[in-house]
Design a protein around this ligand. Structure first.
Ligand code: FE
Length: 293
């Protein structure tokens, strides 16, 4: 790779504030999953509202998928690592998400869609992240894009660290999606055992790392597999340094907090209770999905 892209070095790495195991739950039509970023962390990890990790080789855990359901007021980012998921929405769009692919959907003022696995056996694994929209954009026109694995920007460092840049930018590589208000950074990083990865992250942004293979250490703290490390915000910290103690795969996610009130009722995330009532009444009257582009 171009070595000019490797110049960023972190002077003051963030420490780990705490480790989070997440909660085993089910959603949709009985899909078993682990909610890694739960409701009680929404303020702390603003602008992120939720992170679900689903992974199973038992079709009963996922086969029924997520039949028709609405969303309003935020964005969903679905990243499939294994398996296939078909999504369809109220505007007649459909797309197939396959190994390593990402669907980025901006629900805006309203989408009704389904997310249904397209396989009867084998492993199904992936993540869904919910990213809030600023108040001014919550009623924007819905938008989505599917990215195949080959379309996602990626680079490999001299130490063999392979980085997929889903959002934001890393070492000069701009991700598939950028957003001004929340400035999300979403990286999937493979680190061979013994390798180090450094990423600059602005001090004011909230950030976390989720380990989905292997084990890493962050500022001396061991982070085992299937744990989220919530990273401390200290004014002098300029980034994150991750060391792999075994071959590891991690998601590194950060964003600029919106610092706006969060009113959530299931798949609606607005700023006030009144706006939630409006969403429910629009849903009841069939107005929620009709304006989808
Ligand atoms: Fe959905």
């Amino acid at each position: 790779m171009d070595t000019s892209l490797t110049s960023a070095t972190v002077q003051h790495p963030r420490s780990v504030e705490r480790l989070v195991a997440g909660q085993v739950t089910s959603d949709g039509a009985g899909v078993k999953l682990t909610r890694v970023l739960t409701h009680n962390l929404q303020q702390r990890l603003d602008p992120f509202l939720m992170l679900d990790a689903f992974g199973s080789d038992q079709p009963d855990d996922y086969i029924a998928g997520f039949p028709d359901h609405p969303h309003r007021g935020f964005e969903t980012i679905t990243y499939m690592i294994a398996g296939r998921m078909l999504h369809r929405d109220s505007a007649g769009h459909e797309g197939l998400l396959e190994n390593g692919g990402v669907q980025w959907m901006t629900a805006g003022r309203g989408v009704i869609h389904s997310e249904i696995p397209q396989q009867e056996d084998g492993v199904m694994e992936g993540f869904q992240l919910w990213l809030n929209l600023p108040a001014r954009d919550k009623m924007c026109a819905p938008w989505y894009r599917d990215f195949k694995a080959a379309d996602l920007p990626r680079y490999t460092t001299g130490q063999g660290v392979a980085v997929t840049v889903i959002a934001g930018s890393s070492q000069g590589v701009t991700g598939a999606v950028t957003r001004e208000a929340t400035a999300p950074l979403y990286l999937d990083v493979f680190l061979p055992a013994g390798a180090r990865f450094e990423q600059l992250v602005p001090a004011g942004h909230n950030a976390f790392v989720y380990v989905h293979r292997g084990e890493v250490t962050i500022a001396g703290q061991t982070v085992p597999v299937q744990r989220m490390a919530l990273l401390a915000n200290s004014p002098e910290a300029d980034g994150v340094v991750i060391d792999a103690t075994a071959d590891a795969k991690v998601l590194l996610i950060s964003g600029q907090p919106l610092k706006e009130p969060i009113a959530q009722y299931g798949p609606f995330v607005m700023n006030t209770q009144q706006e939630i009532y409006q969403a429910l009444s629009d849903m009841r009257d069939g107005r929620l999905g009709e304006v989808a582009v």
